[in-house]
Design a protein around this ligand. Sequence first.
Ligand SMILES: Cc1cc2nc3c(=O)[nH]c(=O)nc-3n(C[C@H](O)[C@H](O)[C@H](O)COP(=O)(O)OP(=O)(O)OC[C@H]3O[C@@H](n4cnc5c(N)ncnc54)[C@H](O)[C@@H]3O)c2cc1C
Length: 443
Amino acid sequence: MHDVIVIGAGLSGLTAAGALKSNGADVVVLEARDRVGGRTHTVELDGVHLDLGGQWLAPDQHRMQQLCRDLGVETFPQFHTGEKILDLAGHLSRYSGAIPSLAPHLLLLMQAALSTVDRKTKKVHPRAPWSARNATGLDAETVEGWARKRIPSQRVRDLMTVGTRVIFGAEPAEISLLQFLSYSAAGGGFLHLAEIEGAAQETRFVKGAQQVANSIATHLGDTIHLEHPVTRLVHGESVTAHTPVGSFTGRRALVCVPPNLAARIDFEPGLGHRSAIQNRYVMGQTIKCHVLYDEPFWRKSGMSGEVVATHGPISVVFDNSPADGSCGALLAFSVGSAGLALGSKSESDRKAVVIGQLQRWFGPKARDVRAYIDRDWAAERFTGGCPVASPVPGALVTYGPALRAPVGSIHWAGTETSERWTGYMEGAVLSGERAAAEVAAAL
Ligand SMILES: Cc1cc2nc3c(=O)[nH]c(=O)nc-3n(C[C@H](O)[C@H](O)[C@H](O)COP(=O)(O)OP(=O)(O)OC[C@H]3O[C@@H](n4cnc5c(N)ncnc54)[C@H](O)[C@@H]3O)c2cc1C
């Protein structure tokens, strides 16, 4: 019998397994895919490392920053010099700095909305959002419902919608205000999640984010069993995880898969409140589209490569050129319901749609594409969407405390369970460390 069966070799599972193993525990890691890294996945296209999943670090994501240093993983700053493009309901304008080019009265409304969000965020603690004042009311209200009541401008609401869509991969009508505030608080505030400099999009990985998972996996060696999807978990005094290629018994299990996928495992006996909360988590919807060019031609016309668009198939664009400047690259995100619509098209149709949009913003040179690749995470069986799963409105106050609480010999990790940087690589690592300490104490 093993000490611990870790399920999932994303950053949370790998971090937990590493911590437990260095504590002397006998650990086995069962991973469904034929690779480690989960929602981080780096590919090489035309000699360029591209992240199809997570790719940015914030300066205050201290555990990830430390891991990069420890593992010798190189990073570099996100390019953001020059003017940005705002496509506001079909009207194009350019702006510099963090504030979009809006009419003065709209700017005032925007600032008022952001400071209200900021004030409310400070009143919700992501460790226990259900304990916030009026938590039931906040969880019953959606971000969309709140914005319609509190922001008296469609244009400003549209801009808030873009931010919400990109951060959650979901429509504001799908996210409760409590979840929105708790998630923002976990990452240092809504603007901290949305911005580049000093914020969540500040730093990239020279050779891709998956290097972190790959390096931890190298240290773990044959502890990891790839292509071992856990389908059934029988638990009591001990735990037996069943996969189509064998069963593994341990004293404890540590489930490191997102709640929507934990809900697909057949637990015997059932999990009570934990089942209730995981059944109510829904993955966001994001397609990440990379377009390579011979050079970052937009920089020559003083553009940063950033776009914010309130309507249409693409919501935001970033300059994603490699650190060595060997070519130019633009990264376009199709998110929420637009991502769902784009995902229903063939790859060549998706490419045509993306390039058509880039041409609208960056001119005819955007047609001279060297290579294209995208990843529709909703089509990934062992993720089911991205970047993060969110509880449906009302679920957090009713079942939220069950998200992290062990059920007998089963413990839980994964970025969705983190009280800091929920939804991010940092949250995954922190959750893995928290759960490993919990399991070590229980053994
Ligand atoms: C497109 C995209 C962009 C993102 N951008 C960023 C970003 O810029 N910065 C950032 O910090 N974060 C970003 N994220 C989020 C970040 O990647 C995740 O928060 C983090 O990688 C999650 O790690 P995890 O271990 O919690 O979960 P996962 O990475 O999802 O790992 C879970 C693992 O469990 C496996 N699994 C699932 N079911 C089973 C089963 N039944 N049996 C066995 N194994 C199973 C999966 O294959 C997977 O390997 C992004 C994510 C995506 C997809």
